[in-house]
Design a protein around this ligand. Structure first.
Ligand SMILES: *Cc1c(COP(=O)(O)O)cnc(C)c1O
Length: 370
């Protein structure tokens, strides 16, 4: 079997080609009607609240910190098991990222460790739904309430995921999505921030475009919009050709996640008895969006080589980000589960074009041993 198996793949719907072309043909490329329509469709299709689209997931995380009033002297607790974007936006705001430990079984932040890391300076908790599996949101929001902290969900992996039947994007103070090129729902680059707070929702709409709300700031007779910028704003808005791509890819998202669920089930059944492999936990009260399929494996390098010989790509997806010198903490040996996770995690191919036959082939090859 000579297969060309991709580790990731990008889904682009058939309709996307003509829909994006229509925007290009119109020569009206910036934020317009389609951005608004994309936001309304996200809310309707996924049950998320007050979606404000932006030009990247990183911008949405940064905007959440700005709206939450996080600044110099503040600390934000987050897991090291994430992409550097989550930590960097905290540093960009002049605040300090404080890394909490994770649960080895899921890669998600451990609420017990969050509690241990709270100080007088803690302002917010940023959680990351690793691979698409929602974190323990009840526990996290309970801690936040107790200490008067703001909760920001980095839901870059978790669009379409559910926690106790509630959509991710409808639960905490802020939820941030990414529509980057290899995420399940792509606009090329893009993101969205959701907030339950209606004042912050309005601010988000203004601050994504320098501090001017395009919906309410009408042009005067002189031709320019009437506005006053009260605080520093940003150039973070999405544009209409990106929105056209997102709108075209959105209707199939739920089905595509269901298919990913089936692929995950197939991997789990096929690999459950293989010695040297530990499957991640799948708590029954939440539904993953299955952006990744991760496992823990013994003798990882030999596993990677063996599968590579069978043309099966594998990869670690993000080693703990605390090692980056920009964060100044060095590799935190006290993050015991994070270090253990770093040593054994590996991710198997998971995307919208993978079929059951391919997954069967991967399982068979793994079963031959490494
Ligand atoms: C992709 C990703 C981001 C950043 O999203 P961009 O759209 O690339 O800016 C942030 N956090 C996590 C966990 C991600 O995977």
């Amino acid at each position: 079997m000579n297969k060309n198996i991709n580790f990731f793949d990008t889904y682009i719907s058939k309709e996307a080609y003509s829909n994006v072309k229509a925007v290009l043909d119109s020569t009206r490329l910036s934020e317009g009607k389609l951005v608004k329509k994309f936001e309304e469709s996200l809310e309707k299709e996924l049950g998320i609240i007050n979606a404000v689209s932006v030009n990247s997931g990183t911008s949405s995380l940064h905007l959440a910190l700005v709206l939450a009033g996080v600044g110099p002297g503040d600390e934000v607790i987050l897991p090291a098991q994430t992409f550097v974007a989550s930590g960097l936006v905290i540093t960009q705001q002049g605040a300090t990222p404080v890394f909490a430990d994770i649960k080895y079984e899921t890669g998600n932040i451990d609420p017990i460790s969050v509690r241990e890391n709270i100080t007088e300076k803690t302002k917010a908790i940023m959680v990351v739904h690793w691979g698409g599996l929602p974190v323990d949101l009840d526990e996290i929001n309970k801690i936040a309430k107790e200490y008067n902290l703001i909760v920001i969900e980095d839901a870059a992996h978790a669009i379409g995921a559910l926690y106790k039947s509630k959509p991710i994007g409808s639960i905490s103070d802020y939820t941030c999505f990414s529509f980057q090129a290899i995420k399940h729902l792509t606009t090329g680059d893009g993101g969205a921030i959701c907030t339950k707070n209606s004042t912050k929702y309005k601010e988000a709409k203004a601050f994504r475009w320098f501090g001017i709300d395009r919906e309410t700031a009408e042009p005067s007779i002189l031709g320019e919009r009437k506005y006053d910028i009260p605080k520093v704003g940003y150039k973070y808005h999405l544009n209409d050709y990106a929105a056209a791509l997102g709108l075209s890819n959105l209707p199939s998202l739920k089905k595509r996640i269901e298919k990913r669920q089936e692929i995950a089930n197939q991997y789990r059944t096929g690999l459950s008895e293989v010695s040297g492999i530990k499957l991640f936990d799948t708590p029954g009260d939440r539904e993953s969006a299955h952006w990744l399929f991760g496992i823990h494996v013994e003798n990882r390098e030999s596993f990677i080589k063996k599968l590579s010989e069978a043309s099966i790509p594998t990869s670690v997806v993000h080693l703990g980000i605390d090692h980056n010198s920009v964060f100044g903490s060095g590799i935190r040996q006290d993050l015991v589960m994070q270090r253990k996770f770093d040593n054994t995690q590996i991710h198997l191919p998971m995307h919208d074009y993978i079929d059951t036959e391919t997954v069967e082939y991967i399982i068979e090859k793994i079963k031959l041993g490494w």
